[in-house]
Write a protein that binds this ligand. Structure first.
Ligand SMILES: [Zn+2]
Length: 69
């Protein structure tokens, strides 16, 4: 139960970028990946979304997705 407020500045991590071929700063965001099916029953809805970690290379803009589940 933390009440930390988000800073305006975005955190970033230094990770390897395949496009750049070296370690570069990446923007990191965590999103809920929705399924293709719009008719998901509410009962299954919580199982239909997968937390997805999105990293965007600040140098070349390349995005990569990592499922967290
Ligand atoms: Zn890159």
């Amino acid at each position: 139960m933390t009440t930390e407020s988000r800073n305006a500045t975005t955190e970033y991590r230094v990770e390897r970028c395949d496009d750049c071929g070296e370690r570069t700063p990446h923007d990191v965001d965590v999103e809920l990946e929705a399924t293709h099916n719009d008719r998901v029953r509410s009962e299954n809805e919580k199982f239909a979304r997968t937390p997805c970690r999105v990293t965007t290379c600040r140098r070349c803009g390349s995005e990569s997705y990592d499922r967290l589940s």
